[in-house]
Design a protein around this ligand. Structure first.
Ligand SMILES: *Cc1c(COP(=O)(O)O)cnc(C)c1O
Length: 386
């Protein structure tokens, strides 16, 4: 039997045709497909602007640059995330710090954030930017974070890599009502894909212009310059990057976006089946719905308590892999990575994130997962845990 993967893209004939159409067109990059996709995803998320980029990591970097993050500044994020949520600050020469997670939602804890801000204000080391990560697709409490941002004067970039297709207070995640920016990832394990890709969303015209400009080298081209000097002429104004995305990718992204409601609906069906069938087992299931939030369900992490059934997390993990189930673990707390340890972080600085990490296993969760495959996963968990 082939291995069931924890996350995987779903590509249909329409997706394939959309890419072929671009191959037969005049533009492979920087053509009409990029703008068409940007317009569609801005509309879908109800944000004013969308800028598609080569990946979410680049998107986070550009968002930090546009907010002016530099060597004197600090960015705070959750330790329970992929390293990119923190590394974007290091790219700008800034410092990084973390806020521990809420053991109920595994998202950055708003109460921990509030008390850390209070302390930081006394010590005159407030962050310039806070990056809440919508872990597993469930939005952080953005209204409260927004309130704190006004009180303490920091800017907000939502790392919404897991959350495209999710909702917060009845509106699409990414609408930027409570943040300066939101960033989506379009990597194949995420909700929709462009192969590699990301989207930066904002409602602020100035920030939009800045990100667009830095996405392509920091080079200025306009009618005034080409009229006065010549049509070939451009000026390098600031040091930017080549973080562009291709038309091939954006055609795929547009086609994927037309299916997103079905993608997320199926993830909820699968999560409900996990909930129903796993309730008698000694494990903790994730929360993916609340009065405020409707998760995009990028991940379905369970927590296994070692002493309850005499098997370690590692043993449960290995036993699932042996049965052809490609489970994974999200996330190794970022502050425990060697690079961050060298900056002085200690493992127990963020105990909730470490405690969560030692117990977590991400079960397979993606649109193409069949009921039969899921039954095999459920049956295997019974065999292993009971
Ligand atoms: C996947 C991911 C990223 C990085 O996305 P890329 O598109 O691969 O650069 C950043 N943050 C989180 C939380 C992610 O899961």
């Amino acid at each position: 039997m082939k291995t069931i993967r924890y996350g995987q893209q779903f590509i249909d004939e329409n997706d394939i045709q959309a890419v072929i159409d671009v191959l037969n067109s005049d533009f492979l990059t920087c053509g009409p497909a990029v703008e068409k996709f940007e317009k569609a995803i801005a509309e879908y998320t109800q944000s004013k602007y969308a800028i598609a980029v080569c990946n979410a990591t680049a998107g986070l970097h550009l968002a930090c640059l546009a907010l002016g993050l530099s060597t004197e500044d600090t960015l705070w994020t959750s330790p329970n995330t992929f390293v990119a949520s923190a590394n974007c600050a290091l790219y700008c020469g800034s410092k990084v710090d973390f806020v521990d997670i809420d053991p109920r939602t595994y998202n950055l804890s708003v109460s921990a954030l509030a008390s850390k801000l209070k302390q930081a204000q006394k010590e005159n080391r407030l962050p310039k930017v806070v990056v809440p990560v919508h872990f597993a697709g469930m939005s952080c409490d953005m209204a409260e974070i927004n309130q704190l941002s006004k009180e303490y004067g920091f800017r907000v970039i939502e790392d919404a890599s897991h959350a495209v297709g999710g909702k917060y207070l009845g509106k699409p995640v990414g609408n930027c009502e409570y943040a300066d920016f939101a960033v989506f990832s379009l990597h194949p394990v995420k909700i929709i894909t462009t192969g590699e890709g990301g989207v930066v969303l904002t409602n602020n015209t100035e920030l939009y212009e800045k990100v667009k400009f830095l996405r392509s080298h920091g080079v200025l081209r306009n009618k005034h310059l080409s009229d006065t000097v010549g049509p070939w002429y451009y000026e390098l104004i600031e040091l930017g990057y080549n973080y562009r995305i291709t038309d091939l990718q954006c055609a795929l992204g547009w086609s994927q976006l037309t299916k997103i409601e079905n993608f997320v609906k199926r993830r909820h069906e699968l999560a409900l089946r996990y909930d129903q069938h796993l309730q008698d087992l000694p494990l903790q299931r994730p929360i993916y719905r609340s009065a405020d939030s409707y998760s995009a369900l990028h991940l379905y992490p369970i927590l296994v308590e070692e002493n309850k059934h005499g098997k370690t997390r590692r043993e449960v993990f290995d036993a699932l892999v042996e049965r052809g189930i490609g489970v994974n673990v999200h996330y190794i707390p970022v502050h425990t990575q060697p690079l961050y340890q060298r900056m002085g972080f200690k493992e127990q600085d963020f105990p909730q994130a470490v405690d969560y990490y030692t117990k977590a296993i991400s079960l397979p969760m993606h649109y193409g997962l069949t009921d039969q495959e899921q039954d095999h996963i459920i049956k295997s968990l019974y065999e292993i845990l009971l």
